[in-house]
Design a protein around this ligand. Structure first.
Ligand code: SF4
Length: 312
């Protein structure tokens, strides 16, 4: 098998990517989503029917009962489109000190999601909300018409419930990612700009903001190819390779389970079809976290995690 350029780069530096202490279970409940964001590394969308079944949901809850994860992190697609999301959250809330739901904010405003914000509050679920930019035009160029106003209304509703407010214990973090084929600006400056603009224009508060490079997989890879940006973007990522990001990479402390119950080392490897271990491992067979030092399979998409200050 040909070595990926990323694996070769690690080898050139005398490095390998292996697990540290695994503390987090990330649960990808499926590819169904109300949006078709250009940067999506999974190609999620309204036509996608992949959703975690009731049987796999039970396996996830059972796994969380036998393995003491410090954090369980629910993602998709849009997790709000999973009809059993309230059941899943209720089954996990007592199992881990921290329970996160990732939201695109628009799915949280759908009629079928009406009861979710209060449920999140009651279960003390942390919300990690993606918001590509701090203005309507850039956000909607990536997400489609109407996405900005809906996101703002949803953030305001979360604030009313206490999310993002000092002393509430209800965390509301934002994730911003570039709208084109370039790397994100510095996280601290971006967080400051979002905080000022969202407070001044919309009276919105949040806890922290994270900036991430887009990962060239799924729909984002298709866009890079169709727009002629792929080679430039890949060169940019590779030229910004920073070996000091390795110790903090999320794949060293997280395992990811997909909607079929199969374990991967991260959501990007899940999207790339790189499985954890030599044979597919189902969450129903997971009785302990992978050992420290277990090798992590890598591909060229890993350059997005290790460019500049990294994706941790
Ligand atoms: S994509 Fe990122 S998180 Fe996943 S294995 Fe590669 S470096 Fe680790």
């Amino acid at each position: 098998m040909t070595m990926s350029r990323f694996a070769q780069r690690l080898s050139d530096h005398g490095l390998e990517l292996t697990r540290g202490v695994t503390t987090t279970l990330q649960v990808n409940v499926g590819l169904a989503c109300d949006l078709t964001c250009r940067h999506c590394h999974l190609g999620a969308g309204p036509w996608q029917t992949e959703l975690m079944t009731s049987a796999v949901i039970e396996d996830v809850i059972a796994c969380a009962a036998r393995i003491p994860f410090a954090c369980i992190d629910i993602t998709g697609g849009a997790p709000e489109l999973l009809p059993e999301l309230p059941y899943l959250l209720s089954g996990l809330a007592e199992r881990a000190p921290k329970l996160i739901v990732r939201s695109n904010l628009t799915a949280l405003s759908l009629p079928g999601s009406a009861a979710l914000p209060e449920l999140y509050r009651d279960l003390k679920v942390s919300v990690v909300a993606s918001l590509p930019a701090v203005n309507a035009s850039q956000t909607e160029s990536q997400r489609g018409s109407g996405a900005w106003d809906t996101a703002i209304r949803t953030l305001q509703k979360l604030n009313v419930l206490g999310y993002g407010l000092a002393g509430s214990g209800l965390e509301l973090d934002l994730v911003s990612n570039p709208v084109g084929a370039f790397l994100p600006p510095g996280q601290a400056a971006t967080e400051k700009r979002f905080r000022q603009e969202l407070a001044r224009r919309h009276d919105i508060s949040f806890n922290r903001l994270f900036t991430f490079a887009n990962v060239p997989l799924g729909r984002y890879l298709e866009w890079l190819e169709s727009s002629g940006n792929l080679s430039v973007y890949r060169e940019k990522l590779e030229s910004c390779f920073n070996p000091s990001t390795l110790p903090g990479l999320m794949c060293r402390s997280l395992i990811s389970v997909n909607w079929l119950g199969i374990i991967h080392d991260c959501d990007f490897n899940l999207a790339a079809g790189l499985q954890h271990g030599r044979a597919p491992l189902n969450i129903s067979e997971l009785h302990e976290v992978p050992s420290e030092g277990t090798p992590i399979p890598v591909g060229d998409h890993c350059f997005a995690c290790t460019a500049g200050s990294g994706f941790t």
